[in-house]
Write a protein that binds this ligand. Structure first.
Ligand SMILES: [Zn+2]
Length: 96
């Protein structure tokens, strides 16, 4: 077998990102939408009682973001917007 320097061509991509910690959704900060002052038309959806997304501060001074859409899609692992850290968001799926 030859062990040349160019032989390490494995692309072993993990299916799951490296999750560094688990954080309850309750620890996240809810955001209820952009404060642009613009009045967007809420077509047929009336979800102004629910936050649009949640953020949690990362140690890199950036933050993790999980949106309400992510929650609806049962996404529980989200990445930091400023580095490669990932967290698992712990929350209960509530069905109306
Ligand atoms: Zn980060």
């Amino acid at each position: 077998m030859s062990r040349g320097p160019g032989a390490a061509g494995r692309h072993a991509l993990p299916r799951q990102p490296h999750v560094t910690l688990e954080v309850s959704l309750e620890a996240f900060t809810p955001h209820y939408g952009p404060t642009t002052g613009q009045h967007e038309r809420n077509e047929e959806e009336d979800i102004d009682t629910a936050p649009l997304y949640y953020t949690f501060p990362c140690r890199c001074s950036s933050e993790f973001v999980i949106t309400t859409k992510n929650l609806e899609d049962a996404v529980e692992v989200v990445g930091c917007t400023g580095c490669g850290e990932w967290v698992r968001v712990l929350y209960e799926v509530v069905e109306d």
